[in-house]
Ligand binder design. Structure first.
Ligand code: ADP
Ligand code: MG
Length: 303
């Protein structure tokens, strides 16, 4: 188990994280979400042992993770951190980058392992390409494969798919997260993309104002978003008194109801239209099957 015990940290006197406390069971996938600047990357770096804590302790199993004050070399063999800025060898090939940390003692084994990892990140066509000639998204995929190569016990993924285009993202996420589950690798993923979380994470912690403001399963967090900040992570939402926070898909346009609004704009969204409407002089958002004309009066109900 990974245990973060009452951790506080600041790069300067100003604290970035305060009284952070949570646990992750072996093999679980935990997502860390929060606005830009909320300390997601900092938290991952602390778990990696990159900085000394001001307060608190971090344990992996029985072992305490310590910062540079206590370690000549930063980091531990059992944890890999895939940063937002990837650390690759630009003048060598994809294959060499991924195989760098694998033992040369059993060449066949190394070759098979490299091949397996290249397949997970779907770079089969670029095996012999020098990393400097790859796109940002392809480099990010090499970084992911490199982190997996040495079979870490914990992997820390910092916005791991941010540079990867939508064409590739879906299958890549499934490949990576399924691989981690199958190999019982504990994963902590910092993200602001709900698609990195839903369907993959066992739990989510939400960082806000230096603290953890929620620690829930994705289902619970989604179903009962306690704050607009949390709802905004999942999608378009409204705050309608006395109902509270309601997602756009929880509003339905009906023939007749006491709730009335006037259409301002319709946005095409794939399998639905997002209708922006004026309700009590404020904008609300409703999912609807069709486009509606500006000025059209609608009635809606709340599920
Ligand atoms: P996130 O990953 O959620 O966007 P970060 O952990 O990168 O947030 O940053 C949290 C805060 O710490 C920000 O205010 C950022 O400016 C500050 N910060 C990050 N890295 C450093 C650093 N090396 N030195 C000083 N301040 C930093
Ligand atoms: Mg970050």
């Amino acid at each position: 188990m990974l245990q973060i015990k009452n951790v506080s940290f600041g790069y300067t006197k100003t604290k970035i994280l305060k009284s952070i406390d949570f646990k992750v069971e072996i093999g679980k996938n935990l997502a860390v979400i929060g606005e830009s600047g909320s300390g997601k990357s900092t938290l991952l770096k602390l778990i990696y042992g990159e900085f000394d804590l001001n307060e608190g302790q971090i344990f992996w199993k029985e072992k305490e993770i310590l910062g540079p004050k206590f370690n000549l070399v930063i980091g531990y063999d059992f944890v890999k951190y895939v940063a937002q800025e990837f650390d690759l060898m630009p003048f060598t090939t994809v294959e060499e980058n991924i195989g760098e940390f694998l033992s040369n003692f059993y060449p066949k084994k190394k070759q098979n392992r490299t091949k397996e990892l290249i397949k997970i990140v779907e770079l089969e066509d670029f095996t012999k390409t020098k990393v400097k000639n790859l796109s940002g998204g392809q480099k990010q995929r090499v970084a992911l494969a490199r982190a997996l190569a040495k079979e870490p016990e914990i992997i820390l993924l910092d916005e791991p798919f941010s540079h990867i285009d939508n064409f590739k993202k879906q299958s890549l996420r499934r490949n990576i997260f399924n691989y981690l589950k199958e190999n019982n690798i504990t994963c902590i993923v910092a993200t602001h993309d709900k698609n990195d979380v839903l369907g993959f994470s066992d739990e989510i912690i939400v960082l806000h104002d230096k603290k953890i403001i929620a620690n829930e399963t994705p289902e619970n967090l989604y179903r009962v978003p306690k704050l607009p900040l949390i709802a905004s992570f999942f999608g378009e939402f409204n705050v309608i008194e006395p109902y509270g926070i309601v997602y756009a898909h929880q509003l339905t346009i009906v023939e007749d109801s006491d709730l009335k609004a006037v259409v301002k704009q319709s946005y095409f969204n794939g399998n639905f239209w997002l209708i922006e409407a004026n309700y009590n002089s404020e904008s609300i958002f409703i999912q609807h099957k069709f486009e509606l004309e500006k000025g059209f009066e609608i009635h809606f109900k709340i599920q």
